[in-house]
Design a protein around this ligand. Structure first.
Ligand code: ZN
Ligand code: ZN
Length: 133
């Protein structure tokens, strides 16, 4: 029993490290990375552990449009910008927006307790590619 839980802890650690090494990865991307170093960790374990992290608040789960769920270890309030061409996601820190959006407390019968903002654009690499063609 103790051995199982030590292994679980090690697996969780490996999954968390892979998540941090990647940039807003999907669960599949985390699995691909973890699997190369830890071939014994199954896809199901990676998905389950990531779900557990999100539930316990250790990581943020992002539900962006046109994309699988992604995982983000950065817990400080921030937003995301997504490249419409390649899907890359980058952090946007926008402290002044908190005051504006945070001031909205109710909308009709709904008490607002959260919000999501997603910015769209085209990243540097995709802009470069566009210039070449
Ligand atoms: Zn791009
Ligand atoms: Zn982020």
């Amino acid at each position: 029993m103790a051995e199982t839980s030590a292994r679980n802890t090690k697996q969780k650690q490996a999954i968390y490290e892979a998540l941090c090494a990647l940039d807003h990865p999907s669960a599949s991307e985390v699995y691909d990375r973890v699997h190369t170093e830890h071939p014994t960790i199954s896809r199901g374990t990676v998905f389950r552990v990531l779900g557990g992290f999100a539930e316990s608040g250790r990581v943020r789960k992002l539900q962006l449009s046109d994309s699988d769920d992604r995982y983000d270890p950065t817990l400080a309030p921030h937003y995301h910008a997504r490249c419409a061409l390649c899907g890359r996601v980058e952090d946007v820190f926008l402290p002044e927006a908190d005051g504006v959006l945070g001031g909205v407390r109710t909308a009709g019968s709904i008490d607002i307790n959260g919000y999501d903002v997603e910015f769209f654009g085209v990243c540097k690499d995709c802009r470069k590619k566009g210039e070449q063609t």
